[in-house]
Write a protein that binds this ligand. Structure first.
Ligand SMILES: *Cc1c(COP(=O)(O)O)cnc(C)c1O
Length: 422
């Protein structure tokens, strides 16, 4: 089983599941996202297997990578989905059909009335409600439709997880969830609303968390609340443990199977013999290492002592380094025998000093026209991309067992301008 990255060299050329990456770049142009379908399926399978002994649904967090082709694949594999907008609901229904709605949970602190209506019409599994005003609005929208909305309150367990401050969410200082100490009273209020059914409790403490202990701590606190809620008469069936399991961006020996097993063991031990249906919301872990952003070297330049390698992908295509100071390994797509290493900044063409993929990185000396692969770019890559600088976003290729397939063609200028009325 392939546990690390699906991108490996054969005869000095980078391959994705055996498909030649340089040939994909020739065929589809750059910048180009390339994903391994096999790895995504495998990662989802690891989750499903690790929790096999527990009643559970893996609800893939759509925001990590919302490609319809990937959603379709995961829906076929039995996954549910964690969505955070009406747009993501539309994507999930387009990719998986209306039946997947019964495996959809809706998270997010700012759901609009229109989004609630769409999700009520689709009859999703559960709304993860993050505040009392949201609960009131949802109750009103459901009542107007003569429906009952199944809800979990997203509780904020006040558990600290070591990750980047922008992607940590489980402390009371963050905007997410309802303080766990206040939750019981809110459930009592919710249960008195005829259009609301209190069916679950949810928790999500952040993203890119490598230690499993904070997940177990948050789940244990959540389960203590579930016991109280059940004693108050709420029929709590679903416990949503959230997502956030991290990957190793710098370590190529990362053992994904071991990491999931570790995570599952910690969660199962917190769960004990409690009878609940567990919802899991992995995003990054399923798709992050399956993808790479392929980019071409445009120019090399030197300012004073500093060397720059200017590539044709920019922060609008992959914003993680600029936004989170994130580390991505960068490797040549074709290696040259005997090439020397140099230290350089790998930067994009966007008019921002924050437009870099790596700073002071030691890489084999590249030449104009060479291809580089920015690895582990499958999560929060295209889904966080923009058209800043009126740049066309990258195309996307999915490598499947039957070969490589374009799953998103490159945009055109006409498409970018279409909504404008000069
Ligand atoms: C972002 C998010 C996830 C997924 O996080 P990953 O780090 O990609 O696993 C899951 N649940 C919620 C509520 C989220 O906001």
């Amino acid at each position: 089983m392939n546990q690390g990255r699906p991108f490996v060299y054969a005869d000095a050329r980078l391959k994705c599941d055996g498909v030649d990456v340089a040939e994909l770049a020739e065929q589809f142009g750059t910048p180009l996202y390339v994903y391994s379908a096999n790895q995504i399926a495998e990662r989802a399978g690891l989750f499903q297997t690790a929790f096999a002994g527990v009643s559970h649904t893996v609800c893939y967090a759509v925001k990590a990578n919302s490609s319809l082709a990937i959603l379709k694949m995961l829906a076929a594999q039995g996954c549910g989905f964690d969505i955070v907008s009406g747009g993501e609901l539309a994507r999930v229904l387009a990719a998986g059909g209306r039946d997947v709605a019964s495996r959809v949970v809706f998270s997010g602190v700012g759901k609009t009335a229109a989004e609630m209506d769409e999700a009520l019409d689709a009859e999703i599994l559960q709304f993860n409600v993050e505040s009392e005003p949201e609960l009131e609005l949802l109750a009103a929208r459901a009542a107007a439709k003569g429906k009952r909305a199944r809800i979990a309150l997203r509780v904020n367990p006040d558990v600290s997880a070591e990750t980047h401050p922008y992607i940590s969410t489980g402390l009371s200082a963050h905007k997410f969830g309802i303080g766990i100490k206040l939750a019981r009273a809110v459930y009592t209020r919710a249960a008195a609303m005829p259009s609301i059914e209190t069916t679950g409790v949810s928790v999500h403490i952040g993203s890119q968390i490598r230690q499993v202990e904070p997940f177990a701590e948050a789940l244990a606190k959540t389960l203590a609340l579930v016991a109280e809620l059940r004693s108050d008469g709420h029929q709590i069936r679903y416990v949503d443990a959230g997502g956030g399991l991290g990957i190793e961006y710098a370590d190529k020996d990362f053992d994904a199977a071991e990491q999931v097993a570790h995570y599952a063991a910690a969660l199962k031990s917190a769960l004990g013999s409690m009878d609940v249906h567990l919802l899991l919301e992995p995003g990054r872990f399923l798709v992050g290492q399956a993808g790479a952003l392929i980019t071409r070297v445009l120019y090399r330049k030197q300012n004073g002592d500093k060397k720059f390698v200017i590539v044709d992908a920019g922060m609008n295509d992959l914003i993680r380094p600029a936004l989170y100071q994130a580390h991505h390994e960068i490797v040549p797509v074709v290696t040259r025998e005997g090439s020397l290493d140099e230290e350089a900044d790998i930067v994009g063409p966007v008019c921002e000093s924050g437009d870099f993929f790596a700073r002071a990185r030691t890489l084999p000396v590249s030449e104009d026209g060479d291809l580089l692969a920015v690895l582990d770019a499958g999560a929060y890559g295209l889904s966080l991309s923009s058209n800043y600088n009126t740049r066309l976003r990258p195309a996307e290729v999915l490598v499947e067992s039957t070969g490589a397939r374009l799953v998103r063609r490159r945009e055109t200028y006409e498409e970018l301008f279409a909504p404008e009325m000069p």
